[in-house]
Ligand binder design. Structure first.
Ligand SMILES: C[S@@+](CC[C@H](N)C(=O)[O-])C[C@H]1O[C@@H](n2cnc3c(N)ncnc32)[C@H](O)[C@@H]1O
Length: 376
């Protein structure tokens, strides 16, 4: 069996690998062989039916949804996609559950190592935002914050294995492709900038934070999240990978950092998991934390290029506990940032296209991330 990336992942046995491989191939089969049929159903059944009643084609994702959910083919794909998501977590959890006491013991020893270069600061009194706790996002059992044992790290390990199967092979050997994409985009736009203090908001297990820290080894890099078990895991993981990062349990809406503490504030796929109320607060907090001349870069999921694709992306909100995603993707991000105190002329929105293998995408789509940039 292949050796795990670091000591806080379980050793996979034959049956674990077989289960994980099955889920991967099921998801690939769904995205390449079953999903495309939805577009045909839409074109050949839904549009003509809608036209016959309304004298026009459906114009919005909600109009399309109202029709498509009645279609047996869509129902079949949706049920299989949902089941594959459940199986993804089941396959990830099995080996972690088996080794959890040992993994926690190893993590506790690593947290206390005197030679660690980064740090971990948890705040058990931090109120957790309801949007983070009221549902298990992506239906990951227990979500980002649940603790089954003292000093638990299971949520982090489950996330690392499970998310790795969302789009198998797309995330890179260290699961940091998204961070690398953000770094490459930053370097393209600002080739001469060398940020000295970087904050990554909503860092989860620090996969993208690690990419920023590796790209700018002279910088002091911080990662914050509201989930304690994912941060514990992030800390021992990044130490094992030899990347010094300072992790702390804080809410991105209102942190404890001093004003002007950073010259770069970033997030990768945080915003769509927050709320309408939280978003302007997070943008305002980013602004407060930036020194003059500093940059805010929030990169998040795309909207879908037309109403049919938007409807398909909305599957995540209706069936995968990504409740806010369908609202967030319809928002004018610059207007929300202005609400958070930014000046219109300090802001821009860009699209960044990853080189994902399209056969791995649940929606068979190009996946241009949306990037909100604030230049203080
Ligand atoms: C999809 S994950 C982000 C993935 C990560 N940035 C990466 O690139 O791998 C979203 C994370 O944001 C965290 N989060 C949500 N709301 C937050 C808030 N208000 N403050 C800090 N973290 C938050 C969640 O706990 C979760 O770990």
């Amino acid at each position: 069996m292949a050796k795990p990336l670091h000591p806080f992942l379980p050793e996979l046995q034959h049956d674990d690998v077989a289960r994980l491989d099955f889920v991967k191939s099921l998801r690939r089969f769904l995205s390449t062989r079953v999903l495309p049929g939805n577009a045909k159903v839409y074109e050949q059944r839904v549009i003509p039916r809608f036209r016959a009643t309304h004298g026009r084609e459906p114009a919005t994702r909600d109009e399309i949804r109202a029709e498509m959910v009645r279609e047996p083919y869509y129902q079949l794909w949706s049920a299989l996609q949902r089941r594959s998501q459940e199986m993804l977590w089941e396959a990830a959890i099995e080996p972690i559950q088996r080794e959890l006491p040992e993994l926690i013991k190893k993590a506790n020893a690593a947290v206390n190592r005197p030679d660690r270069r980064g740090s971990l600061r948890l705040n058990p009194d931090l109120p957790l935002p309801a949007y983070n706790t009221e549902m298990d996002i992506h239906i990951q059992p227990g979500g980002y914050h649940h603790e089954w044992a003292n000093d638990d790290i299971a949520a982090g390990a489950i996330y690392e294995i499970g998310v790795g199967m969302y789009m198998p092979d797309a995330w890179g050997a260290e699961g940091d492709y998204l961070g690398q994409l953000a770094v490459a985009n930053f370097r393209r736009a600002w080739p001469d900038r060398k940020p000295r203090r970087i904050l990554d908001m909503g860092c989860t297990i620090g996969s993208s934070t690690t990419a920023w820290a590796r790209a700018f080894p002279e910088a002091e890099v911080h990662g914050i999240d509201v989930g304690a078990p994912v941060l514990r895991y992030a800390h021992v993981r990044s130490e094992a990978l030899g990347v010094p990062i300072h992790f702390s349990q804080q809410n991105a809406e209102a942190t404890e950092f001093e004003p002007g503490s950073f010259d770069l504030v970033v997030s990768q796929i945080l915003i769509h998991e927050t709320s309408l109320r939280a978003m302007p607060r997070i943008f305002a907090e980013s602004r407060r934390l930036l020194a003059p001349g500093g940059l805010m870069i929030h990169m998040d999921i795309p909207r879908g290029a037309n109403p049919f694709k938007q409807f398909m992306h909305d599957w995540e909100s209706y069936n995968n506990n990504e409740g806010f995603a369908r609202f967030m993707t319809g928002l004018d991000l610059e207007a929300v940032a202005v609400e958070g105190g930014w000046q219109k002329d300090e802001l821009s929105v860009e699209r960044v296209i990853p080189n994902y293998d399209k056969s791995q995408m649940a929606y068979g789509d190009e996946y241009p991330y949306t990037v909100l940039i604030g230049n203080r």
